[in-house]
Design a protein around this ligand. Sequence first.
Ligand code: NAD
Length: 461
Amino acid sequence: MRLLLSDQLQVLNPATEEVVATVPAATAADVDAAVVRAAKAQAGWAALAPGERARLLRRFAVAVDEHLEELAQLEVREAGHTVGNARWEAGNVRDLLDYAAGGVERLTGRQIPVPGGLDITILEPLGVVGVIAPWNFPMPIAAWGTAPALAAGNAVLLKPAETTPLTALRLAELALEAGLPEGLLQVLPGHGPVTGNALVEHPGVAKIVFTGSTAVGKQVLAKGSALLKRVTLELGGKSPNIVFADADLEAAAQAAPMSFLDNSGQDCCARTRILVQRSAYDRFLELLAPAIEAVRVGDPSDEATDMGPLISRTQLDRVRSYVDPDAAGIRGKAPEGPGFWFPPTVLTGVDPHARVAVEEVFGPVAVILPFEDEADAVALANSTDYGLSGSIWTRDVGRALRVSQAVHAGNLSVNSHSSVRYWTPFGGFKQSGIGRELGPDALTAFTETKNVFISTEGSAQ
Ligand code: NAD
């Protein structure tokens, strides 16, 4: 994305650098007007019978399903995602809407035993919710916040990232076609410091769901807290992939490449620190090298492609700044010419405190570090400021459980690299975030709990 005029966003195809679209950027005044429309729509939405809200959300899910290929192709063009990933992402939006729709009629309060009457809690919608999304997974991350917020009776103002507004805009059209009220889901493409900031500072926006960098997340929290706004933050990561010598090394080496190369490494959960027990280190490297070299990097619209380009020139420059071209390691291949390409890279012999070993690169780059024993593995795993995800490869169940308890991260996976599933809670420890999204409690996070006591002892009480 390059700014043409201060009020225009230019969307580029990251694989070709061709202009895909130019989109007007929303101003602070646009945000003000959108909040007014959203508040009006929200009142009507919250007043609908829960079953009716659920039905409309299911229709929205069906509309997404019917346009899955169109949405996927749009994501390939604006974000350079491989077509296989993009189809999964559009399907994930459908599933998130379906899952949230199932919660509408089950969003129950409690009845609490108290003396002198009956006490009940009511889960009320917050009102207007702002969802600020990053460019790395434009569709799923927009839906993580949007689907449960709508299901719980809120209106949503969605601000996509500057580089990737197109799928969000299309989703809002599909919501209207499915019968969701006008104004209930509005997309406000724009610049973070203008449009995003206006949402954060607007007193009419009750909650901000922010996914993005830790640096911006801290600003959002500081500004939101001035208004006592509810804020959840899904931020960066530098996740470990811990491989013990007793693991199925073949399986671990086979799975390691895509655990940090998927989406060209632009994944907050990317396992970019491969920690391998020293006694298995050489064998693991032998197995890893051909697996990295086998990754097919190229045209994201080709079904056979495993990895596409980075999102932008800025991101390419950022990734390059972390990797010395002469550094030792394993390297795959990437196309030359137009597009923002960087080859799969695993660096060996890196100081565990080096920038590339502790900072989030957000590109197809991992470091591989040896460790001695379980305590050493845990210390190394915990030696970053982040705490989002991680994987543990071992055949020893007790060790898998001990290490899962000892690693300071919100989402761990044993003998796999799973992180984000809409059925289960997701979020970070430490500098990786605040709050949880997804899972069975997703709707509750978009409600305010009201407690009502009803006296059974007459009106004088
Ligand atoms: P970013 O922080 O630059 O931008 C994220 C969003 O915030 C964009 O929509 C941007 O326009 C907006 N923004 C920027 N400045 C703002 C401001 N002052 N006020 C309000 N909004 C503002 O992040 P990015 O580069 O788009 O995304 C990559 C980052 O997101 C990585 O650090 C990655 O780890 C993180 N991420 C985290 C998760 C998670 O769930 N933990 C998921 C995906 C991405």
